[in-house]
Design a protein around this ligand. Structure first.
Ligand SMILES: Cc1cc2nc3c(=O)[nH]c(=O)nc-3n(C[C@H](O)[C@H](O)[C@H](O)COP(=O)(O)OP(=O)(O)OC[C@H]3O[C@@H](n4cnc5c(N)ncnc54)[C@H](O)[C@@H]3O)c2cc1C
Ligand code: SF4
Length: 482
């Protein structure tokens, strides 16, 4: 390591963000670049621990201590080369990853962990700034054809790996634009779409072909792909939303989070939403049901749209400030977190459950009734129960957004027609080589994992790409992190 005592000299500094009053007035990315001299000090905090658990913490197996040291020494070119060995899109993960690596950092045992994610982002931003990131088209073509279904991070990473291995790759996407949840789920203020678009341009120059408006199993029969391609990678995500079947669910103004987030992302792309279909928080009392990241994305969106008030409800208890004794290092720490959207306002209510939505005479939601919940242990299991004898709480509500997670991949259409096997949890089953129960048809990302993280989607797709390459050619030099 360049600075052996760095971890004793320098404290952890967080990624800088734009001030709240400024950022809630626009849709631009909330993060600001890290000053280079400060970032070097942060890299110097990496302490040559001997067994870097951060490698295991990162599903991609990013070689984190190497690039921490390279950044400390100002060797940015070497740093981006090292980063790209394990990660196709460090710009996506450096911006959006919750950084399980930091939860596993050895320094985190008794101090704040190294600010790994910020260093990753700075390396890739620096590389784009220097025009170092170039297309890497294959030198030799194999003559084999692969269809990738879905253009989220899994589809993109799988397509790039397979193209670089010399295959002809076509990505089919049912939406009108490519990018999956990076395009229509994740808000512009978390990651601007230009970050995605420059990677798509890189991939197109490498020879990956994108077909938007191609809904496999609906306007494009899966049989056509099976006939015309040597292998198929299913990377269709897991976007079937979990519903809340309580009285009043049918009222106007109660929507799934993804309907709301997609609409705002379309506006940010310059589209106009037809008047009758508009979902906006402007001037409204907004209630977000679900305390996770999707809910936080709705929160940030609602503030930017000018909501009158925003509550975010969570059925589980408020997490502890520090790791609980049954959640030791190097596990992912289940602790209370404040995202950029939470810094911007709104109130979070924990241990509450929605009983019903109440409407006005016109059939529009006007309030929501909730009850308090307690967690009890029964036969060794934790159970959530309504606290008896408490009065229901009523909150004003003109817009309710359901952000309670996803139940798995959508089965109708492509998956039913293919006849793939499913796991007990409702995801697409695969073997250890990432092949589904249908020979020659592989899967990666949320479709086989359930709704997860970008870093997992990229890692799984890289591993699936290796298996596909092996299946097509008998051997593969592609890396497989999992
Ligand atoms: C609102 C929201 C915010 C999130 N924020 C974060 C975050 O900050 N950090 C993070 O790490 N993770 C985040 N996640 C999770 C992350 O986005 C997903 O885990 C990741 O996108 C999964 O990648 P994927 O490629 O498997 O699927 P997706 O990104 O879901 O992409 C699947 C694509 O397949 C397409 N498709 C599906 N079926 C077909 C078909 N039959 N034919 C053609 N196309 C099809 C879909 O239209 C979609 O474009 C978030 C998720 C949501 C919902
Ligand atoms: S991809 Fe995520 S887990 Fe891996 S090094 Fe980057 S921030 Fe950490």
């Amino acid at each position: 390591m360049g600075k052996i005592t760095g971890f004793m000299e320098f404290h952890r500094v967080k990624q800088p963000y734009r001030p709240v009053p400024e950022r809630v007035r626009d849709w631009k990315q909330v993060m600001r670049p890290f000053p280079e001299d400060e970032l070097k000090k942060q890299g110097a905090r990496c302490m040559d621990c001997g067994i870097p658990f951060c490698h295991q913490g990162c599903p991609l197996g990013n070689i984190i201590p190497d690039w921490n040291d390279l950044v400390y020494r100002g060797l940015w070119r070497e740093a981006i080369d090292r980063l790209h060995v394990t990660n196709n899109f460090p710009d996506f993960t450096g911006t959006l990853c919750p950084a399980p690596c930091e939860g596993a950092c050895v320094l985190g045992i008794n101090d704040d962990p190294v600010t790994i994610k910020a260093i990753e982002l700075a390396i890739v931003d620096h590389a784009w700034g220097q025009d170092w990131i170039k297309p890497e088209p294959p030198k030799v073509l194999t003559g084999k054809k692969v269809a990738v279904v879905g253009s989220g991070p899994a589809g993109l990473a799988g397509a790039q790996q397979l193209r670089r291995a010399g295959h002809e790759v076509i990505v089919f996407e049912r939406d009108d634009r490519v990018g999956g949840l990076l395009r229509y789920g994740i808000p512009e203020f978390k990651m601007e779409k230009k970050v995605l678009d420059r990677r798509l341009r890189q991939m197109e120059t490498e020879g990956v072909v994108f077909r938007a408006n191609a809904h496999v199993g609906v306007n494009l029969p899966i049989e056509e792909l099976r006939k015309n391609f040597d292998a198929i990678l299913l990377a269709g995500g897991a976007c079937a939303p979990r519903d809340l079947p309580v009285p009043g669910r049918e009222l106007q103004g109660v929507h799934f989070a993804m309907e709301y987030l997609t609409q705002q992302n379309r506006r940010c792309e310059g589209e106009t939403v037809p008047a009758g279909r508009e979902i906006t928080a402007k001037g409204k009392h907004v209630i977000i049901i679900g305390g996770g990241d999707t809910g936080a994305d709705c929160l940030g969106t609602a503030h930017r749209q000018g909501a009158a008030s925003v509550h975010q409800l969570e059925i589980m208890p408020r997490p502890p400030e520090h790791r609980a004794s049954d959640n030791p290092w190097p596990q992912w720490p289940f602790i209370y977190r404040v995202s950029s959207a939470h810094e911007e306002g709104g109130e979070r209510l924990y241990s509450v459950s929605t009983k019903r939505f109440i409407g006005d005479d016109g059939g529009r939601v006007k309030s929501l009734e909730l009850v308090e919940i307690e967690m009890i242990r029964e036969h060794g299991r934790s159970i959530l129960n309504e606290i008896p004898g408490r009065e229901p709480i009523k909150l004003p509500c003109d817009l309710a957004l359901l952000a309670m997670g996803f139940t798995g991949p959508e089965r109708q259409g492509m998956l039913e027609q293919l006849g793939v096997k499913f796991t007990d949890r409702g995801n697409v089953w695969r073997n250890e080589n990432w092949m589904t129960s249908v020979p020659g048809v592989f899967t990666a990302g949320d479709m086989q994992h359930g709704q997860s993280l970008i870093v997992w989607a990229i890692a799984e797709a890289r591993s699936a790409a290796k298996s596909i390459d092996q299946y097509l050619t008998g051997a593969s030099d592609l890396p497989a992190p999992l």
